[in-house]
Design a protein around this ligand. Structure first.
Ligand code: XMP
Length: 514
């Protein structure tokens, strides 16, 4: 496996993404958690030192443990990582003066052509790369030579080919360096990786680890019906069978037929022991009169924990709690700026539970990115329709119902949402959209249907494209699609007489309405 030491670059995660795409297993660890003991224990087959906002000449700037230079494994330093490598091995780095941001072109230094780290590169004589650095190397370390240059970075690529140490001033991991992945691939080939890490091998390894961790103890798993917790549950069930019990808390804020679908899938298709906790009365009761979005979220989050705990207590001998935590949630961010960030929304999750309950965690998806979880789900035989489902928030329909949440509004919302999703599926658009749903607005408007007057709720359709939910764009439906959908919703859903389309991007909007 390959170790990525993170020095705080905004794009460190992309190094891991690119390597995973090459079927190479890697892990990111922050520089301040990597010491000699860690390195010995991890025993990496190669190490990549990431970029970062620090400045090597500055006192107290982040360092790598000295052992890294004498491990005897191939190293690749990117940007800050390159500068660190040069500084540590006898070169020199200077601050200021040489800042360079954006596109640049690198050429091989005289005498260096298409093999080794350069295999398949420089076909057109030069490579487009993305630079982002304030300092630069002014003297390279002993044993190194310059093998790539750019107009502003005379040490764009340096190498000590006998030790397989490489340093690049630019960022090969970003899309703006079109052939950067090839360079990363070449580096990993030099380090002996063949790209044989697949979901099938992950599945086997994960099952072995779960068995080893859990032994003959019992595990409980909170199911939300989302992809992550479902894949985790199926994987754990494969590992330990009926030592696993799932608890599905139905808070009465689910979509049309959702509870039945989840329960059927787990009980009938997988034979996984499942407690279906129908607690909708309690949740909807607690939400009576609540209109503030944060109060709604906190009310639901707190009750969820109480209910989960109540059912978990009934499972005798449970020592572990399974969670579908993913890699992006795990990577510790390396922060130099510090300072608290503003809470936009309190996301509802089961954080804090295990501590309160005295349970140990089983998190078999900790090393995976979202698309890898989907691939694992496919590997485990979960239905494609289920794996490709749009994300659904923990607080459910409550945050798609601005104002007070009532049963009447929830029923109307469920119907409208089902029509909208049906329309999207019929037009073959479901997989092009990150998330689509209806929000029911807290206003009634006047309409005319047949010869009569109506005074019903208005709704808003929301559909966005996104990569990770952090930013989003509204989906550009055709007017015909929108018109047809509005007509269907108003005709088929009693209680709605007006339909709007939300064309706000994120930012400044958020995806959900609350
Ligand atoms: P926002 O509305 O913040 O949503 O732009 C971004 C993504 O997160 C989902 N979301 C949640 N997911 N618990 C969740 O598990 C929550 O409390 C929660 N709130 C929002 C939202 O559906 C979108 O995919």
């Amino acid at each position: 496996r390959l170790l990525i030491i993170d020095f705080g670059s905004q794009v460190t995660q992309l190094i891991a993404r690119r390597l995973r795409e090459l079927n190479i297993y890697c892990e990111i660890h922050p520089f301040n958690a990597v010491d000699d003991a860690f390195l010995r224990d991890f025993a990496p087959q190669a190490v990549i030192l990431s970029g970062g906002p620090g400045s090597v000449p500055a006192e107290g700037s982040p360092r790598a443990p000295a052992l890294v230079w004498s491990l005897g494994v191939p190293l690749l330093g990117i940007c800050y990582g390159q500068q660190l490598m040069m500084d540590a091995l006898g070169g020199k780095v200077e601050s200021g003066l040489h800042a360079e941001y954006g596109r640049a072109f690198v050429q091989p230094a005289t005498g260096h052509t298409a093999d080794g780290i350069f295999a398949g590169l420089f076909d057109g004589g030069q490579e487009e790369v993305w630079m982002s650095h304030g300092d630069r190397v002014t003297k390279i370390a002993d044993g190194f030579e310059v093998i790539g240059i750019s107009p502003n970075a005379p040490f764009a690529i340096v190498a000590d080919e006998t030790r397989n140490f490489y340093g690049v001033q630019f960022h090969p991991e970003v899309h703006h360096t079109p052939n950067g992945k090839r360079l990363l691939e070449n580096f990993t080939r030099l380090a002996g990786f063949t790209g044989d890490w697949t979901m099938a091998s992950y599945r086997g390894e994960a099952i072995r680890k779960i068995r080893e961790q859990v032994g003959d103890k019992r595990v409980i798993c909170g199911l939300s019906g989302g992809v992550d917790s479902s894949v985790a549950a199926v994987l754990i069930h494969e590992a330990i069978g009926d030592q696993l019990t799932c608890v599905f808390v139905d808070h009465g804020l689910l979509r049309l037929n959702e509870a039945e679908e989840v329960v059927t899938m787990f009980r009938d298709n997988y034979n996984i022991p499942l407690i279906h906790a129908d607690e909708s009365e309690m949740f909807l009761g607690a939400l009576e009169g609540v209109t503030d979005p944060e109060v709604k979220r906190k009310t639901i989050g707190k009750l969820f924990i109480d209910v989960f705990q109540k059912y978990a207590n009934e499972i005798e001998g449970a020592e572990f709690l399974a969670q579908g935590t993913l890699y992006p949630d795990v990577i510790e961010s390396v922060s130099f700026a510090g300072g608290p960030s503003v809470t936009i929304k309190s996301h509802h999750n089961v954080g804090g539970l295990p501590e309160k309950m005295g349970l140990k965690l089983v998190e078999p998806l900790r090393e995976l990115f979202k698309d890898e979880v989907r691939a694992l789900g496919t590997e485990l035989g979960l239905p494609a329709k289920f794996i490709g489902r749009h994300p659904f928030p923990g607080p459910g329909l409550a945050i798609r119902c601005p104002g007070e949440v009532t049963r009447e509004k929830l029923d109307i919302l469920r119907q409208a949402d089902a029509v909208f999703i049906d329309q999207i599926r019929k037009h073959g658009l479901y997989d092009d959209i990150w998330q689509a749903f209806v929000a029911i607005l807290p206003v009634r408007t006047v309409g005319v249907m047949g010869d009569g007057r109506t005074y019903d709720f208005a709704c808003a359709l929301r559909a966005v494209t996104s990569v990770d939910g952090m930013t989003a764009d509204y989906y550009p439906f055709t007017h015909q699609f929108l018109g047809e959908t509005a007509t269907r919703i108003i005709n088929e859903v009693k209680g709605i007489n007006r339909c709007t389309y939300d064309i706000t991007s994120k930012p400044p909007g958020t995806i959900e309405w609350e």
